[in-house]
Write a protein that binds this ligand. Structure first.
Ligand code: DGJ
Length: 519
């Protein structure tokens, strides 16, 4: 689990809408909503344009105000550096950067063309800074280093700021790679030898598309010779990752706390998402070219949530989800990412609006499928607060079980995995109708000992069984609903009779079970 001052900390987070951290005034209702949802962490943008409105003149009042208020509210922060990139654009670069196209070169999607119009995004225009422009990287790094130095000065002791994300959904829209003269020349050169070697040595963890390309390619030579059909995208990813690593290194030299990057997920051909960003298939590129980045994160608005979690949760990359939708799967997915992936954190985006009905614009902006009732139903606020409060209370116990089979979870989105198997017992969570009436089922089980479990679940009916053929029968000795207040179990209701005959968790519930196996 993520550590703060050598103690485990589970980020029960929410990311604020882009513009709300631009003033302390706009933040007032945001803090209130964070408290209502029982978040312990808020993710907030810190923007280059506001930090360095004139070149070399930094203003930290806003950052200080955000940190001060977070402390007053008893919240921690993740800060998001909106520098050269925000969603494959440069909208948060200061005016002195945006207006000097000679010094701060834009990426050319075609030779001489520095913007792309994406029909799939309602004709939206995209333009961004070139990852190959050293002057931009220098300026971006200097601003980021100034931010990190300031954080060290004001926050090293308290550690209100848990981590910083470097850039936001970086990459290039409209093309697989940049096409300036400089880019074309670099692309024609040989792949740096150490990188080519690393990629050949790490095919075991790659997705199939990249692995096939690397295995079929040459051990050295041009980008096309080494990476075949993936050459342009690997090239772009390598240079975007290197750019980001330069910025991250400058920041880490000032203040060494965890740094992250986040991905706009691949959903079509390169350029329909920002190419060069940390999409899952480019994980090895980022691990090689951006060693100052501690965690590569997915922004998950897509239906195949669990598949994306599988791709980003690896021994060398803990799962941290800085952005995800606020629809009715948010609560179950929070529980599942903790119980199944042993995640660092989970953070619905635009949490200020959690519970509000979605309109067409949310469908477009947040990738929601408004034609699907479950994906377009807002998350119930009280239930989400309960999940956060309960997971917060369980954190010390969860932390001890992270990385072990003692902590498991199942979710209705993955009906093929409904059984959690422990040493002597198994817990089966039935989530299909007619057993349950809701479709957002989830169940997390934490083994406290061989025969004792805490179970956090909703929308499921529990069945207990034995995994020991010599003792195939099971009795329930204790079944209690309750909470862990200040680390002590408090019973709200002891269950027996009809309530244990079905163990139906209709609403979010924490149970303590004690089992007995016999023959
Ligand atoms: C992903 C971005 O990273 C966020 O800043 C925000 O723009 C969301 N998309 C929703 O539009």
């Amino acid at each position: 689990m993520f550590q703060v001052h050598s103690r485990p900390f589970l980020m029960l987070a929410g990311e604020a809408h882009n513009s709300n951290s631009s003033t302390l005034r706009a933040m007032e209702p945001v803090w209130a909503k964070a408290k209502q949802l029982c978040l312990n962490t808020v993710l907030l943008p810190v923007t280059w344009e506001l930090l360095e409105p004139q070149e070399g003149a930094f203003t930290f009042e806003l950052v200080d105000g955000l940190i001060f208020e977070a402390r007053r509210q008893g919240l921690r922060l993740g800060l998001l550096w909106f520098g050269a990139w925000k969603n494959g654009q440069c909208t948060y670069a200061p005016a002195w950067v945006k207006t000097d196209l000679t010094r701060f070169r834009r990426a050319e999607v075609k030779r001489g063309e520095n913007k792309s119009i994406l029909e799939s995004f309602h004709g939206m225009e995209y333009s961004t800074l070139s990852c190959l422009c050293q002057e931009t990287q220098r300026a971006d790094s200097r601003a980021f280093a100034a931010l990190m130095a300031h954080l060290k000065a004001v926050d090293e002791g308290e550690r209100t700021v848990l981590y910083v994300q470097v850039e936001n959904e970086p990459g290039l829209m409209g093309a697989a790679r940049e096409h300036s003269q400089e880019a074309d020349q670099l692309f024609a050169q040989d792949v740096p030898a150490a990188f080519a070697r690393y990629m050949r040595d790490h095919t075991g963890t790659m997705g199939e598309e990249l692995r096939t390309a690397v295995e079929a390619g040459q051990a050295s030579g041009s980008w096309e010779a080494v990476f075949g059909p993936m050459a342009e995208e690997v090239f772009q990813s390598y240079y975007v990752a290197k750019y980001i690593d330069g910025v991250a290194a400058a920041g880490k030299a000032e203040y060494d706390i965890p740094l992250a990057v986040n991905a706009w997920l691949e959903q079509g051909p390169p350029g329909s998402y920002p190419t060069g960003g940390p999409v899952s298939k480019m994980m090895e590129v980022y691990k090689f070219a951006a060693p100052h980045i501690d965690v590569v994160c997915p922004d998950i608005y897509v239906r195949n949530f669990c598949e994306v979690c599988n791709q980003y949760s690896r021994p060398d990359n803990p799962l941290l989800i800085p952005e995800t939708a606020t629809h009715s799967h948010a609560g179950p997915r929070l529980v599942y990412t903790v119980g199944h992936y042993h995640a660092w954190g989970f953070s619905p985006f635009g949490f200020e609006d959690m519970g509000q009905p979605f309109g067409a614009s949310e469908g477009f902006l947040f990738g929601m499928d408004t034609s699907d009732p479950l994906l377009s139903t807002p998350q119930n606020v009280e239930e989400y607060a309960w999940y956060n409060r309960t997971l917060g209370q369980l954190t010390p116990l969860l932390a001890e079980a992270y990385g072990t089979q003692r902590l498991q979870a199942v979710i209705s989105e993955r009906p093929e995995e409904s059984v959690m198997r422990f040493e002597q017992f198994e817990l089966r969570a039935l989530m299909e109708p007619p057993m349950v009436t809701r479709q957002d089922g989830v169940c997390l089980a934490l083994a406290l000992g061989e025969d004792e479990f805490l179970v956090l679940g909703c929308g499921c009916m529990l069945r207990v069984g034995s995994t020991d053929p010599a003792k195939p029968h099971v009795d329930l000795l204790d079944a209690e609903e309750g909470e862990l207040a200040d680390g002590r179990w408090q019973v709200h209701r002891r269950l027996n009779g009809d309530e244990t005959a079905t163990l139906n968790l209709r609403t979010p519930t924490l149970l303590r079970l004690k089992l007995f196996a016999y023959c």
